[in-house]
Design a protein around this ligand. Structure first.
Ligand SMILES: *Cc1c(COP(=O)(O)O)cnc(C)c1O
Length: 403
């Protein structure tokens, strides 16, 4: 992992005259040169629309676009390209589900979520519940920041139709037992949905092993471009669902009276897709495969351990999140007597980029009894040197604020 940082052009720039220390990969990851070049190569050599016209360029574009689906399927061990729908991001993937899967819900049906969800895996279900008269229930969080799995199991029942939970928390870093959640859903004939935006980039995900029905994630958090995301769904379930968006590309035939849907996954991909983004996404997956997800995981585990110790040693700094059990490289913290936004601004002066605020999970922040939090998050290009820089800058910020 020592050479990883060199592959990321942005990491050689300076911020306020200081070396850029990027600790906000949970918001979006930086891109290796190979991803940037794949997009540029698409535009310089094969730009055309996909799935139209028997011409060389369209054939090339279609091949690149479809290959990105196959690479994604292989990366998460899905059955094949037919189970991989490209969307704009995790948010759109979950909205698609809330419409297309949610269409079958009836008044009184239940949706089971957790109190740890990103707004993307909460608001679309709230809207669905309003449309259908469905009821939302929430699994609790334990004091140490894990899911209360017994509580979750006890809240699932005969009326539960959908169980949607995050695979890994974007604030606490907690990795949830997706396989157990999928099993609980299966046992009560509900569909399981995993928000894997924070899981797929950091841990090896095998959807066959997990046994979930649906899994959503974003390319931009796993070294890929913005504007492209994934909804993985079990083929049989996708076949039964009606499309969320309709129009061109997603039909097999149209008359003035109606239309027949195209085959999977195109049935769910209406209109001209993000083809260049797919080219970049394919390169991102290749980069992660070459690195090896077990190495990504191992590297982050080591950094996390070091950070928890190094930052944890600083007086009047409180770190949140589970002390034990699986956790991705996310360190949420607050400095006593300092607002998170002030901390973030002070760190920026040192060239250190973190995130401060409610991190699109206001109910979780409420549950934790805090208004905001600083979050340092890691990826393959980070080093212990970055964490040392963070620790030094935190010390300096405390001095300036006299806390
Ligand atoms: C980032 C994130 C999302 C939303 O991803 P977008 O790419 O912004 O749609 C959803 N859930 C979790 C856990 C996230 O970290």
């Amino acid at each position: 992992m020592k050479t990883a940082a060199r592959d990321f052009p942005i990491l050689s720039r300076k911020i306020n005259g200081k070396r850029l220390v990027y600790l906000d990969s949970a918001a979006t990851a930086q891109k290796p040169l190979s991803v940037i070049e794949a997009e540029m190569e698409f535009y310089t050599k094969s730009n055309a629309n996909v799935h139209r016209g028997m011409n060389t360029l369209s054939r090339m574009a279609t091949e690149i676009y479809e290959q990105a689906h196959s690479k994604t399927a292989k990366f998460i061990n899905a059955k094949g390209m037919q189970e991989i729908i490209f969307t704009k991001n995790t948010t759109e993937s979950l909205n698609l589900l809330a419409y297309s899967l949610g269409e079958k819900l009836k008044s009184g049906d239940e949706i089971l979520l957790t109190k740890m969800e990103h707004h993307a895996n909460l608001v679309p279900w709230q809207q669905l519940a309003k449309r259908k008269g469905a009821v939302i229930k929430f699994a609790d969080i334990t004091i140490d920041g894990r899911l209360d799995m017994d509580g979750l199991a006890s809240k699932a029942g005969r009326r539960t139709k959908i169980i949607a939970a995050t695979g890994a928390s974007n604030i606490l870093g907690t990795v949830n037992p997706a396989k157990e959640i999928a099993k609980i859903a299966k046992d009560c004939n509900a569909c399981s949905v995993i928000d894997a935006a924070q899981a797929v980039p950091h841990i090896a995900i095998d959807v066959k092993r997990i046994g979930c029905d649906f899994l959503a994630f974003s390319a931009h958090k796993m070294l890929g471009p913005t504007g492209i995301g994934v909804l993985h769904g079990r083929e049989g379930l996708l076949e039964e669902m009606d499309p969320f968006l309709t129009g061109g590309d997603m039909i097999s035939s149209v008359t003035l009276q109606g239309a027949e849907w195209n085959v999977l996954p195109w049935k769910f991909e209406a209109g001209t897709p993000n083809i260049a983004g797919a080219a970049g996404f394919g390169a991102a997956i290749e980069y992660l495969e070459k690195t090896g997800m077990e190495n990504v995981e191992g590297h982050e585990k080591e950094l996390l351990k070091y950070a928890l110790k190094r930052i944890g040693e600083i007086e009047n700094v409180k770190i949140y999140g589970p002390a034990k059990g699986p956790r991705v490289g996310v360190v949420p913290f607050n400095i006593e007597g300092m607002h998170a936004h002030d901390v973030s601004e002070m760190l920026d002066r040192h060239g250190i980029i973190i995130r401060a605020g409610n991190h699109c999970a206001q109910p979780l922040m409420h549950e934790m009894g805090i208004g905001g939090v600083c979050r340092a998050s890691f990826y393959i290009y980070n080093t212990k040197r970055d964490i040392d820089a963070l620790a030094i800058a935190i010390g300096d910020a405390k001095k300036v604020f006299g806390v």
